[in-house]
Design a protein around this ligand. Structure first.
Ligand code: FAD
Length: 532
């Protein structure tokens, strides 16, 4: 089946949904997501809030810029940082215009502070800010007459002009995407004058992640296959504390628990952070994650503990109602016992190289939010800057769409061709999923070395070759498409980590423990040509 539209937006997190609402007056929008409307988005799970400098506070853009640059450890694009920070108030205005609520005290917004911010500048809604943003934007999206919202539609690959039979051209121009309807296994060709990837991060390339299952870096892999530049993929931010339990998937134990006095303990229940940093359990996020990784590798323990049980029960249940009840579901009473925790891949700082308005180096193709790499986060993301980035990029992309021409009409599209008879057994996919994520966790995780990266690369190449053969000889399935994508993300991550022979921000190499001038101001760019 073939569809044509003006704008195709892939992904309905903060970036995709806000963009859809802001450009729907200019043309018809198809907005898709590969899962149900909410469960597949990182946005939905954001707890802390969104960073924004508001007028009339003691905060200033200069302070927010400085904090972002310090976190980015010499690798931010200063112009991008100042423009992104300048969007704080407009993003809040746009979100509230679409019905999103933030906590207020009287007529003023309540502002909280997070690690490495020099001022209180985080707007929040209870401990479910992301859910509030997601559900309010979704409500507006569903009501809009010019937006066709299609959940359970999974984009497989971009439609590129140089591959089209109807056009004789070598031009690197995008005309939409092939999309797999998960409900009836049909593949649609969705043609569009402009295509926007708002597909989120790639946390699922690691065994442990705070991200939902959908975070398989699909947008990054699709853009890579189409010939785009993928940038800075060595910078995966790890969150120190997610809940460790066989049935608990991806549940984050907020940093605020340590902020309120929670203590990290080893497998014997002994505190260990004093050996790593004078701030002990309150050390910066990357220091804590590295210390935990060292402790776990030393002892062979699967997990460590976070203990807040010394605080009064009323305090814990009042301050952390969501964490308390979630842990209780798994028979862990955090008012009485320690919480088993493990660090986990949390935020993909790298991604598709894009300008601040999302333009990639492929014509008609844009990348927004976590899937993009604009230079805002540099070598480490400042907490709560990512929702800001998603919102700011949506506004700036919308501005450029309203300013520009509508674009050429979509040429004749080729329908999808796919094999229908399975030639292999599915056990290959499941086994390789597991092996790849374990390899990434053990060899390309929080602490890296030349030897570990080399070992990872060998294994990933083997898996890639096996899945490549499998992919072209079997009918599509969600697992297969995702597997093909996470291999690409893993491969670029390893090669990027190998290229950067220094330790900077969240990229830590045992063999090169210091920052190097040779890598100062240098981004890690890879295209398909360089990796094949
Ligand atoms: C537990 C947790 C807590 C966080 N807390 C905060 C916080 O407090 N503050 C903050 O600023 N940031 C936080 N973050 C990070 C932040 O939530 C994300 O960076 C941000 O929400 C990303 O938004 P997005 O619109 O780019 O992508 P997402 O919200 O991840 O949306 C991606 C969308 O793309 C769709 N998609 C992906 N692949 C395909 C495909 N192939 N076909 C079709 N659709 C596809 C998905 O279904 C989804 O709709 C947190 C993240 C997590 C996981």
């Amino acid at each position: 089946m073939i569809f044509k539209t003006d704008y195709l937006i892939i992904g309905n997190g903060i970036a995709g949904s806000l963009l859809a609402l802001e450009i729907a007056s200019k043309g018809q929008v198809i907005l898709l997501c590969k899962e149900g409307p909410e469960e597949g988005n990182n946005t939905y799970y954001a707890q802390g809030g969104i960073a924004a400098v508001l007028p009339g506070t003691q905060d200033s853009a200069d302070k927010h810029i400085r904090d972002t640059l310090v976190a980015g450890d010499g690798l931010c694009d200063q112009d991008v940082v100042s423009r992104m920070v300048g969007c704080g108030a407009p993003v809040i205005e746009a979100l509230t215009r679409h019905g999103v609520l933030f906590e207020k005290s009287g007529s003023e917004y309540r502002l909280s502070r997070e690690g490495a911010h020099s001022e209180n500048r985080i707007l929040f809604y209870k401990d479910i800010t992301g859910r509030e943003i997601q559900s309010k934007l979704l409500k507006k999206v569903r009501q809009h007459p010019n937006i066709i919202f299609m959940p359970y539609h999974f984009a497989i690959d971009l439609i590129m002009e140089y591959k089209m039979k109807s056009v004789k051209s070598e031009r690197k121009r995008c005309w939409g995407a092939y999309v797999y309807n998960k409900q009836n296994n049909e593949v649609l060709a969705v043609g569009a004058r402009k295509t926007f990837l708002a597909t989120g991060g790639a946390g699922k390339i690691y065994l442990y992640t705070s991200n939902p299952d959908t975070a398989t870096g699909d947008g990054i892999a699709m853009a890579y296959r189409a010939g785009a530049v993928i940038r800075n993929m060595e910078f995966m931010q790890f969150h120190p504390t997610t809940l460790y339990h066989p049935y608990a998937k991806n549940f984050l134990i907020s940093e605020a628990v340590r902020g309120e006095g929670g203590i990290l303990k080893d497998e014997n229940g002994e505190p260990f952070m004093h050996r790593y940093h004078h701030l002990k359990s309150l050390a910066p996020r990357d220091v804590v994650a590295r210390a935990m990784d060292t402790e776990m590798k030393r002892s062979g323990a699967d997990h460590l503990y976070l203990d807040i049980s010394m605080k009064p029960k009323e305090f814990i249940t009042g301050r952390f109602p969501n964490i308390y009840s979630k842990c209780l579901e798994y028979n862990i009473d955090i008012t009485k016992e320690m919480i088993p925790v493990v660090p986990a891949a949390h935020y993909t700082c790298g991604g598709i190289k894009a300008d601040i308005d999302g333009q990639t180096d492929i014509e008609n193709l844009y990348a927004l939010g976590e899937t993009a790499c604009t230079g805002f986060h540099g070598a480490n993301r400042l907490a709560s800057n990512s929702l800001l980035e998603g919102g700011a990029m949506a506004l700036m992309a919308a501005e450029s769409i309203h300013r520009g021409e509508k674009g050429d009409p979509v040429p004749e599209l080729d329908p999808w061709e796919s094999p229908t008879t399975p030639k292999h057994e599915n056990v290959f996919i499941n086994h390789n999923w597991d092996e790849l994520r374990r390899t990434m966790w053990n060899f390309v995780g929080i602490v890296r070395s030349d030897k570990r990266l080399e070992a990872a690369l060998k294994r990933i190449h083997l898996i890639r070759d096996e899945i490549r053969e499998f992919y072209y000889a079997n009918p599509l399935s969600v697992n297969l498409i995702e597997m093909r994508n996470i291999i690409i993300n893993a491969l670029i991550t390893v090669r990027s980590a190998q290229w950067r022979k220094e330790s900077r921000g969240i990229h830590y190499m045992i063999d090169y423990p210091e920052k190097s001038k040779a890598f100062q101001d240098r981004y890690t760019d890879f295209t398909k040509k360089e990796l094949e």
